[in-house]
Design a protein around this ligand. Structure first.
Ligand SMILES: [Zn+2]
Length: 191
C-alpha cells in the first residue's frame, strides 16, 4: 500500500508540473486516477488480510467505533485511515459473524487515552505527541496506544459480562456458530 501511495504522490507531482489544457496534462491526470485506484485496491487487500488474521486469532474483538480522527493521527494511522476504517469495520463484522467470533464496538464516550488501564484514574488530556506517560496515581508507565487498547478491551468486557450480552448502545454480538465451519452462508452481513 505504501508503494502504491508513493507512486500516487509522484503522479500528483508530475500532474502539477503540466501546463493547463495540454495533452500531457490530460495523460498525467489519467495516471493520477489510476494511481488512486491502486491505492484503494491495496488498502482493501490489506484490510482483508488484517481482518482475517484478527478473526482467526481471536475469539473476541473489541473496537472503538467513532474514533477515526483520533486514531488516524497515532502510529496506527495506516491501519485506520479514515477512508478505510468503515470498510475495515464492516469486514471485521461479517467475518466475526461467519466464524462465530464476538465483536464488540464501544463508542467514543470513554476517554481511552487519558485513563490509566491499571488503576482507572483519569490522568488528564495527553497531547498526541506524548507516546508514553506515567500514571500520577499508581506510577505505571504506559505506551499510549497499548493503554488505550486495554481500556477499549475493558469497556467491551464490562458491556458483555453485565448480563451475558452486550448492553451498551452500538455493541454488536456476533452470532455464535461452530468455528471452522467454512461452508457457513455469507449472505447476512451486518450493516
Ligand atoms: Zn494508574
Amino acid at each position: 500500500m505504501r508503494r502504491a501511495e508513493k507512486k500516487l504522490r509522484k503522479a500528483q507531482r508530475e500532474l502539477s508540473r503540466k501546463q493547463k489544457g495540454s495533452n500531457n496534462r490530460a495523460k498525467a491526470r489519467l495516471k493520477v486516477a489510476r494511481a488512486h485506484a491502486k491505492v484503494a485496491d491495496a488498502r482493501r487487500e490489506f484490510h482483508h488480510q488484517l481482518s482475517t488474521q484478527l478473526i482467526s486469532e481471536s475469539q473476541g474483538i473489541a473496537v472503538e467505533d467513532l474514533s477515526v480522527a483520533g486514531l488516524a493521527r497515532t502510529k496506527l494511522a495506516k491501519s485506520v485511515h479514515d477512508a478505510g476504517w468503515a470498510q475495515f469495520l464492516s469486514m471485521l463484522e461479517y467475518k466475526a459473524q461467519r466464524y462465530g467470533r464476538t465483536l464488540v464496538k464501544i463508542g467514543r464516550f470513554e476517554p481511552t487515552s487519558q485513563t490509566c488501564s491499571t488503576c482507572g484514574v483519569k490522568d488528564g488530556p495527553k497531547p498526541l505527541s506524548i507516546r508514553e506517560w506515567t500514571c500520577s496515581a499508581c506510577g505505571t508507565v504506559h505506551d499510549r496506544d497499548t493503554n488505550a487498547a486495554l481500556n477499549v478491551k475493558t469497556a467491551a468486557g464490562l458491556a458483555v459480562s453485565a448480563c451475558g450480552a452486550p448492553v451498551r448502545p452500538g455493541a454488536i454480538p456476533a452470532q455464535r456458530e461452530e468455528t471452522g465451519s467454512h461452508g457457513f452462508p455469507t449472505g447476512n452481513r451486518a450493516a
